[in-house]
Design a protein. Structure first.
Length: 452
């Protein structure tokens, strides 16, 4: 591999760490809404594919670790993946253990990265010979995946009944665009549609503010007091074996290992399932909470890394919630990538391994050190100096720009329609995984199920 390319991979990995360290400390950001647009911008800038992959891997490793810090420090979820940690984080915060929890999260993230990468690469090698056959049945797998995620969720009936209406919405907009000649017939608008799903809950919240009654309910003149505990009293050792107990290490390894084999399922669902089940046998409430937090941190990394590495290397189509959402641009980013010609087709196995190792090692080593030493200081800076509204405004603007690039002005309103519909369903209990799976299964659902 050319030395210039390796240098670019290292530099872009460092840039990803820098960007997502600060974004990750901002509470309330969604992984897809902050990963996908920036990754797409990197792709459209003409960056070499191997450099794009190293950037993305560094970004997800950084974001998944740093996103958990606001949860531990101030009781606000950094993103969707950190929301399962809320209950345990608040309990440990009341015990004055937030600074220690951050260190345990960092080690859990380290374990998840170390376990997931080799296992994902091995599974990719095993599945690669079957990639062509998997592609043929992919639409059916997406449909089955949407049903399966509905059945393992809390709102089973609602989720199941929402699949066909959402499919009609997605295909209805596509046929509208084809019918009025906005895009050539057969062109699937996908990127801006799943960004519409991503910002759905935020769009619903913003539209609620346009209602005077709702606005008066949430209006407040009081300032919210947030205390950020110092980590000065916690041991400064970076040795993971001195930070975690034997039980915490074992649970993290088991969770990270098993999650790789279930990469097609919802990362949040897997994090809740294994995080809780592996800690339930512990009687002491404090030890149970720290074990759950550590295991969930490992799972957050493992589910995301396996969910992007295996579909990207072995199959070439987004066949997991992670690949469909945050990693969607790696598979389909017109005019640079398409489902028939994306990073899967452009990189050799050696380039895949190099990009994944460089991106992950740079990210995990830097963020592991930073979170162990400077988590409290960075949290204070971000909460005081970076307005949450400004960050959300930037990403909404970028999503509307991408919607315009996909299908013109009408698609901005199409994305708003998707955001309002899917955001409302999300708030009612239909999770992102089901919505993303339905988006990709929509042509199959309409042609094979509805019109059968």
């Amino acid at each position: 591999m050319d030395t210039t390319i390796i240098i670019q991979m290292i530099l872009m990995s460092l840039i990803a760490v820098f960007i997502y360290t600060f974004i990750g400390f901002i509470p309330g950001t969604d992984e897809t809404s902050v990963l996908m647009p920036i990754t797409l911008a990197v792709i459209l800038a003409g960056t070499p594919p191997v450099v794009i992959l190293s950037f993305f891997i560094a970004a997800i490793v950084t974001l998944n670790l740093v996103n958990a810090i606001p949860t531990a420090l101030v009781g606000l979820p950094g993103g969707v993946m950190s929301s399962p940690m809320m209950e345990h984080s608040l309990y440990l915060k009341e015990k004055g253990l937030s600074a220690l929890v951050i260190r345990k999260m960092a080690v859990g993230s380290l374990i998840g990265t170390i376990i997931s990468i080799p296992i994902s690469l091995i599974l990719s090698g095993i599945l690669a010979p079957f990639g062509a056959k998997i592609k043929i049945i992919a639409p059916l797998l997406f449909f089955i995946g949407a049903i399966f995620l509905s059945l393992i969720g809390k709102n089973k009936t609602l989720s199941l009944f929402s699949i066909i209406p959402m499919a009609i919405l997605f295909m209805g907009l596509r046929h509208l665009y084809w019918g009025i000649g906005i895009v050539p017939e057969g062109t699937n608008i996908t990127t801006s549609f799943f960004l519409g799903i991503t910002i759905g809950p935020l769009i619903v919240s913003l539209f609620n503010l346009l209602n005077k009654k709702n606005r008066s309910i949430v209006t407040t003149k009081d300032k919210k007091e947030i205390s950020i505990p110092s980590n000065s009293r916690v041991s400064k050792t970076l040795n993971p074996f001195k930070i975690l107990s034997e039980e915490e290490i074992k649970s993290s390894i088991i969770g990270a290992l098993v999650a790789n084999f279930l990469f097609v399922l919802s990362p949040v669902g897997l994090t809740i399932l294994f995080g809780e089940s592996l800690s339930n046998r512990i009687k002491d409430p404090t030890k149970k909470a720290t074990t759950a937090i550590t295991t969930m941190s490992a799972l957050a990394q493992s589910t995301y890394l396996s969910g992007i590495i295996i579909p990207l290397i072995a199959i070439g189509i987004p066949l997991s919630p992670t690949a469909i959402g945050p990693g969607g641009a790696l598979f389909n980013a017109p005019p640079v990538f398409s489902l028939e010609n994306n990073i899967h087709h452009l990189l050799s196995k050696g380039e895949f391994v190099a990009a994944i190792l460089i991106g992950s090692l740079i990210a995990v080593s830097i963020t592991y050190y930073i979170t162990n030493r400077f988590a409290s200081s960075i949290s204070a800076f971000v909460l005081k100096k970076i307005p949450h509204e400004a960050i959300l405004g930037i990403f909404i603007s970028l999503i509307f720009l991408l919607a315009y690039m996909d299908a013109g002005l009408i698609n901005i309103f199409g994305v708003l329609l998707i955001g309002l519909t899917c955001g409302s369903l999300n708030k009612m209990g239909v999770n992102y995984g089901i919505q993303f799976m339905t988006l990709y299964a929509a042509p199959f659902i309409i042609e094979k199920i509805i019109l059968f």
